[in-house]
Design a protein around this ligand. Structure first.
Ligand code: CO
Length: 132
């Protein structure tokens, strides 16, 4: 049901420093920062040959990742994003199997439908599904 690993998301305390680290030290192709108000984050994408790294920084007071950063001041891995062909059908199957979705299907950082799944139901890892 799940397809490719779309990205690994890392919350960072300083987006500029993290971008420079990936661009200059690690030699990767790094995007400009984009504010995603609906999700309360600013994102930078690092494009790798086989996947992407999403660098995340809180945007606004109500950011859902503010607590994560408070608990992990140096930053840390936040979620994995898997591609699915049909997010509604996938969500229906997973909830029928007892998995908990966090909120509803929303438009994600790539302008495509996304849904987050509870880490307690997925080996302690927050999962994002993205319809491609
Ligand atoms: Co993501």
């Amino acid at each position: 049901m799940i397809g490719k690993l779309n990205h690994v998301a890392i919350v960072v305390p300083n987006l500029e420093a993290a971008s420079a680290l990936y661009r200059d030290t690690l030699g990767a192709q790094v995007s400009s920062p984009t504010d995603v108000a609906e999700h309360g984050v600013t994102t930078v994408f690092v494009n790798l040959p086989n996947t992407k790294i999403e660098l995340l920084h809180p945007l606004g007071d109500q950011s859902p990742i503010a607590k994560f950063l408070a608990k992990n001041p140096a930053g840390g891995m936040h979620h994995l994003c898997y591609e699915v062909a049909n997010i509604k059908a996938t969500a229906d199957k997973l909830t029928a199997d007892g998995a908990r979705a966090l909120g509803k299907i929303k438009t994600g950082a790539h302008g495509k439908p996304v849904l987050f799944l509870h880490p307690k139901d997925f080996c302690g890892t927050l999962i994002e599904l993205e319809e491609v």
